[in-house]
Ligand binder design. Structure first.
Ligand SMILES: Cc1cc2nc3c(=O)[nH]c(=O)nc-3n(C[C@H](O)[C@H](O)[C@H](O)COP(=O)(O)OP(=O)(O)OC[C@H]3O[C@@H](n4cnc5c(N)ncnc54)[C@H](O)[C@@H]3O)c2cc1C
Length: 409
């Protein structure tokens, strides 16, 4: 990241640190910029003929996650509120071998093929118990679900299982060094591990030029949908960033050059200022960090690795109740205003995941329905589209277009 930043600075790119984008400005169905708020609560208006959304994922909606603080899904909600189409929001990837909440260190699955063992509290081998010994079976979703089942059925060490690297030879460990968390380099060989929310495959729908369904709005990176289907393969997120980041940048630059200066109607700006002022002056008593914790627990329990209709419906009801409490959040300063605004967006995005997960009545890739455990290609070889119509969240399907290879029937 640092060389890229240095290069951008050398090209004259201006960075606005600590600014939270709160609204995309839309006029006559075209993007004309964005508005934001800084850590002192000052409102900023950024006029632009093209906007590239590169706001990352949503892992912080889940109790256990390895995402950076604040990665709560702002971008999905910003795009949705602007009227963009989103796709496949039900496909949240969980990474099986993580060290724990707040600790971004993960162990690559290949360690299990290299002699590492994952065992439950009775010392039983998890791969053997769940028919995951063959490397082709050992996908992130299958291993994560197997681990969740072990824990749910009382065979875990609390919420974790034990990863034992003791049988990997010193020679092999030396070769694997570059992909091992720092702790292993210190000589420790046994770790408590558990699945963690890691990556969102769904997101804003883009075309091959990184354009969203809104004129002037481009998107790149984890906030986009489509490239990884229902389940991302290791290493492909960064490839996506480079390819679509560069496409989005080029297209946005071209559009900005061709369009020239843009203006925003004063009413457009004052609406958002009023909304922000209303939230900033809320005399409420609800603490945003407590609400966020409750949201994460809810998403983990009901919209996590194994989903079922009753749990998803309950989650939707609880999200409405959390949203009601969110409206009574206390805001003491600019930083807290940013936290509250982000949390509001997180609640909206959680609803998207819930609705999409309820809608897709099958299991596919990272989306597993305990009440529909099979993949159903007859009915569900399609993307789930999600957008806002007259204030409602509307879902529909569109068949997947196969350009090279279609799955065997
Ligand atoms: C622990 C871990 C290990 C990983 N390992 C790999 C790997 O080995 N290979 C691989 O391919 N992928 C890996 N990934 C996935 C990959 O790193 C991410 O998908 C990728 O970094 C996302 O990049 P991004 O630019 O889309 O978003 P980010 O890097 O998350 O950047 C988004 C930025 O937008 C900012 N932002 C968000 N909302 C707003 C707002 N409203 N206003 C202002 N700013 C905002 C955020 O603060 C952040 O700076 C890993 C992910 C994790 C968490």
């Amino acid at each position: 990241t640092f060389p890229l930043r240095r290069y951008a600075l050398s090209c004259g790119v201006k960075f606005l640190e600590g600014v939270l984008i709160t609204r995309l400005l839309l006029q006559e169905e075209q993007v004309v910029g964005a508005m934001g708020v800084d850590t002192r609560g000052q409102v900023l208006v950024l006029l632009a003929a093209a906007v590239v959304l590169a706001s990352g994922g949503l892992g912080q909606l889940y109790l256990r996650n390895d995402n950076a603080a604040g990665t709560i899904g702002d971008g999905y909600a910003l795009a949705y509120e602007a009227g963009a189409t989103l796709m496949d929001m039900e496909f949240v990837q969980f990474y099986p071998l993580s060290l724990g909440s707040g600790n971004p260190a993960v162990f690559y699955e290949c360690l299990l093929g290299a002699g590492g063992k994952l065992v439950n509290k009775f010392g039983e081998d998890i791969l053997a118990r769940h028919d995951l010994v063959h490397p082709r079976q050992l996908t992130r979703d299958r291993l994560s679900r197997a681990m969740a089942k072990e824990v749910a059925e009382g065979r875990g060490f609390g919420p974790s299982l034990l990863l034992d690297l003791g049988d990997i030879s010193a020679e092999k460990l030396r070769v694997l060094q570059p992909i091992l968390p720092k702790a292993v380099r210190g000589g420790r060989r046994r770790y408590w591990v558990a699945p963690t929310a890691h990556f969102q495959m769904g997101g804003v729908r883009i075309n091959e030029r990184a354009e969203t369904s809104i004129s002037g709005l481009y998107a790149a990176g984890e906030v986009c949908a489509g490239l990884h289907g229902a389940n991302r393969l290791s290493g492909n997120a960064l490839t996506e960033l480079w390819v679509f980041g560069s496409l989005a940048g080029r297209e946005a630059a071209r559009r900005a050059r061709e369009t020239g200066r843009v203006r925003a109607a004063p009413g457009l700006i004052s609406d958002e200022v009023r909304r922000l002022q209303k939230i900033a002056s809320s005399p409420g008593e609800e603490r945003p960090e407590l609400l966020h914790r409750q949201l994460k627990e809810l998403m983990w329990d009901k919209v996590g690795l194994i989903r079922e209709a009753p749990g998803l419906q309950q989650a939707l009801e609880e999200l409405i109740s959390l949203e009601g409490r969110w409206r009574r959040s206390s805001v003491r300063d600019g930083r807290e205003l940013q936290r509250v605004l982000k949390l509001g967006r997180g609640l909206r995005v959680s609803q998207m995941i819930c609705w999409a997960a309820l809608y897709r009545t099958e299991s596919r890739g990272a989306h597993y329905r305990g009440d529909y455990p099979e993949q159903d290609d007859d009915k569900w070889l399609c993307n789930v589209l999600l957008s806002q119509k007259n204030g409602d969240m509307v879902l529909s399907t569109e068949p997947v277009k196969f350009t090279q290879l279609a799955p065997a029937r």
